[in-house]
Design a protein around this ligand. Structure first.
Ligand code: BGP
Length: 481
């Protein structure tokens, strides 16, 4: 068969269509059945949330009278059966979710795991498998047991590598017959932008933040590689990936200075994946570390561990592209984004200022595949928007359908271009707590949850218009996009 005769490639048979949630944004029940406090349980809403996320925390106990969205979230802990039934109705083939570290090891450094926590996820996986839904499990999604922050300084300490390895190994042993897709750290590159979120880091006055962040990053990278090793040994037929907050940076102009700047900004993210996927620190990272007088303490076997335990696939989230310029005037037009992008005049934005750039999705997918030559897994994508139910409760979220439809069209183009993609799990198939703002009003779901920003509401679930749209996409395997 020559190239001309080849049938147009679409989403392959067995493509993992589904959705993605995270323990701390969905489960609630924040101290149930022996769970310990995690970093996210200390995040209230408003400006204080941002201060803490950046690493400026003054106390470790949630304050009376303040609202902590993770404490109840959408009560998935108690309602998962109802929610999974709705996912099954949409035809999900996969659900990406995370395990809460502190449900399994409440203090992070406990000698024995908490059986009640392990049992909860056993039940959850059984419920998914009952409907033929593949669990895709993130081992750490933005949460660290608070005890590890208080007593060890979180990921700045080498000790965390051992605690994480033990936690991950416990999961592989327990769930090896149920889970075939794993991911180590959610959006590992977020550590550089929101250090408390990505790594539980709290800075002391006058501390060299870059130094602390890169040392913590090294510890996570070694921990990730050790988890890959353990997974391959314990569960040889499982696949384990990394997870990048992706979205390439465009140069604002064809001025080579802008092009170089865009390349360097993207390397802040590629740094992590280059190591997780190729097994060693790239030259540009070594130079950056040297130029910034950062000293990374490594153990003798670290390089070998990184080299020998690379990931099987590249998981990534894509919401938006970024734009950069070296021109100080143009630089004034910053747009709302933790990556510090400037305005792109060719793109519209969401209500939260994130660019809407479907073509950028295709570019990113191609860029990642060209760079790593490993299967990709789109584990987050979606539009955070305000949904206001009509009189009869209906939510007509055409804007969301439009966003997702265009992104999936571009993804199918990337697949046509030869990019290998294992699946697509859109973010927040059921409304849940926003990671960046702690709000409920920033909704991504096909399923509406009756809960407002202050935590009031019946928590009742209902189907939005996009529910039927996504059901149709899955049942036709994306043929009619
Ligand atoms: C990613 C996180 C998710 C998720 C998503 C949307 O960074 O991995 O946890 O929340 O972004 O962001 P937000 O909830 O802030 O809209």
């Amino acid at each position: 068969m020559n190239i001309k005769e080849e049938k147009k490639m679409a989403f392959q048979k067995g493509f993992l269509w589904g959705g993605a949630i995270a323990a701390n944004q969905a489960e609630g029940a924040y101290l149930a059945d022996g769970k310990g406090l995690t970093t996210v349980d200390l995040l209230p809403t408003g400006q204080k949330r941002w201060d803490i996320m950046m690493g400026n925390l003054s106390s470790y106990e949630p304050l009376e009278g303040e609202f902590y969205p993770s404490h109840e979230a959408i009560d998935f802990y108690n309602r998962y059966k109802e929610d999974i039934a709705l996912f099954a109705e949409m035809g999900f083939k996969a659900l990406r979710l995370s395990i809460s570290w502190a449900r399994i090891f409440p203090n992070g450094d406990d000698a024995e795991p908490n059986e009640a926590g392990l049992k909860f996820y056993d039940n959850l996986f059984d419920e998914l498998l009952k409907y033929g839904i593949e669990p895709v499990v993130t081992i750490a999604h933005f949460d660290v047991p608070v005890n590890l922050v208080k007593n060890y300084g979180s990921w700045r300490s080498r000790k965390l590598v051992g605690f994480f390895e033990k936690y991950a190994t416990t999961l592989f042993n327990r769930y090896k017959d149920k889970v075939k897709y794993w991911m180590t750290f959610n959006e590992i590159n977020m550590l550089l932008h929101l250090p408390f979120v990505g790594a539980g880091l709290v800075f002391e006055e006058g501390e060299d933040k870059k130094q602390v962040k890169y040392q913590a990053a090294h510890h996570q990278l070694v921990a990730s590689a050790l988890a890959v090793k353990a997974c391959h040994e314990i569960s040889p037929d499982a696949k384990i990936g990394c997870m990048l907050a992706a979205g390439q940076t465009y140069p604002y102009s064809c001025n080579p200075d802008d092009v170089l700047d865009a390349m360097e900004k993207d390397r802040d993210s590629f740094f992590f994946i280059d190591i997780q996927s190729r097994g060693k620190y790239p030259g540009y990272a070594k130079k950056f570390i040297k130029d910034h007088n950062i000293t990374i303490e490594m153990e003798a076997t670290d390089e070998e561990i990184l080299q020998n335990n690379t990931v099987d696939y590249i998981g990534f989230s894509y919401y938006a592209s970024r734009t950069t310029s070296t021109d100080p005037e143009i630089n004034k037009t910053t747009s709302g984004n933790v990556f510090g992008s400037i305005e792109n005049p060719f793109l519209e934005k969401s209500e939260w200022g994130w660019t809407i750039d479907p073509k950028g999705f295709r570019i990113t997918a191609n860029q990642l595949y060209d760079r790593y030559q490993k299967p990709l897994f789109v584990v987050e994508n979606g539009l955070g928007a305000i949904d206001i139910p009509e009189e009869d409760g209906a939510v007509t979220d055409d804007h969301r359908i439009d966003y997702l439809n265009k992104h999936l069209q571009e993804l199918s183009q990337a697949i046509d271009e030869g990019v290998e993609v294992l699946g697509y799990t859109s973010w927040g198939p059921i409304d849940l707590v926003s990671a960046s703002t702690g709000e409920m009003k920033k909704r991504y779901g096909y399923i509406y949850v009756d809960k407002d920003n202050e935590g009031n509401g019946s928590l009742e679930r209902s189907r939005k218009k996009s529910f039927d749209w996504y059901k149709e996409v899955i049942s036709t395997n994306g043929e009619n996009l």
